[in-house]
Design a protein around this ligand. Sequence first.
Ligand code: VGL
Ligand code: ZN
Length: 208
Amino acid sequence: MKSALLLVDIQNDFLPGGALAVAEGDAIVPIANRLMPVFDHVIASQDWHPPHHLSFAAEHDGFEPFQLTELDGLQQILWPVHCVQGTPGAGFASALDVAGIDHVVRKGSNPRIDSYSAFYDNDHRQATGLTEHLRERGIDALFVAGLAADVCVKFTALDALADGFDTTLIVDATRGVDMQEGDTDAAIQAMRQAGVRLADSHDLLAAG
Ligand code: VGL
Ligand code: ZN
């Protein structure tokens, strides 16, 4: 089995102090750095929104961040303005060893639809090309880490599975937004029940 590491959205805006901060999001950066050399192929996704992306609460009169609305018939959580293309917040965490990244996938660029998964937008209208990228390289197993466990990591892992990849979540290398208490635990259970394997970075590092 040929495997790759997929680092989801390890960007400044998702770290403590960022626009859409994930508690302890910074704790996964050294783990990601240690994992990269274990894999032949490392992919990193970047949430990459235009300035007026419709997932931003600021684009909707009378709405606050974290409120729910509908966008083209899809349920949409409204987020603080985050990961705007070319801004420091959209950049990879400064402590992330970007030299270890072989391929970058950007998502969320269509202003009308959100894209939690690194594979498809939230309505599966458009693919990012990640599936083809992996298949062209004969990669059939994917190890997923990054932010946020209960949003982009979850939908990325579920899409990876649906596209036929043997998919493993590196549990200690992810953290969640936890808009509601327990969201992250529930997301991990949902991934596991769908068929995602759960691993700890220490086991992968020992094996590598
Ligand atoms: C994410 C909310 C909005 C994520 C991206 O990377 O988990 N969450 N955009
Ligand atoms: Zn986003």
